[in-house]
Design a protein around this ligand. Structure first.
Ligand SMILES: [Cu+2]
Length: 120
C-alpha cells in the first residue's frame, strides 16, 4: 500500500533530524541501508514523538479516550478519530472533552495505546 512508503520516508527524515550522536554514528557504517535495521532505529526514535490530537470523549471507568488524532507515524496510522486504551488511566481526570493535547502512543499487548498525554 502506498502510504506505507510515505510513512517510512517520513520516519527516516524524523530519525535523521533528531538523531543523537550515537545514532548518527551508527548510520555512517551503512547498516541503515538494510530496511529492517532502519525501520527498527526509526521506530525507537519515534517513541518520544508526540502526536497532536483533540479529546472527543473520555471514559474514565473503562480507561479509554477517544481522540481525533493526526498521523501516528510510529503506528503507521493516518489521521482519524478513534478510541484508545490509556496506560495511566488515573491521568484521565486531568483532562476534559475538547482539550487539545499532544499524545505519545505505543503498542501495548498488541493494541495502540496512549502512553502519555499533555495539554497543548
Ligand atoms: Cu487511529
Amino acid at each position: 500500500m502506498k502510504p506505507g512508503k510515505t510513512i517510512a520516508l517520513a520516519l527516516t527524515i524524523v530519525a535523521a533530524s533528531t538523531a543523537s550522536p550515537a545514532f548518527a554514528a551508527g548510520s555512517m557504517d551503512g547498516h541503515t541501508m538494510h530496511g529492517m535495521d532502519n525501520k527498527a532505529a526509526a521506530a525507537s526514535k519515534q517513541a518520544s514523538q508526540p502526536v497532536p490530537a483533540e479529546i472527543r470523549k473520555i471514559d474514565a471507568s473503562a480507561g479509554k479516550v477517544t481522540l481525533k488524532h493526526g498521523p501516528i507515524e510510529k503506528l503507521g496510522m493516518s489521521a482519524m478519530t478513534m478510541a484508545f486504551p490509556v496506560r495511566d488511566r488515573a491521568s484521565l481526570k486531568n483532562f476534559k472533552e475538547g482539550d487539545a493535547v499532544f499524545v505519545t502512543f505505543d503498542t501495548v499487548d498488541g493494541k495502540p495505546t496512549v502512553i502519555e498525554m499533555q495539554r497543548k
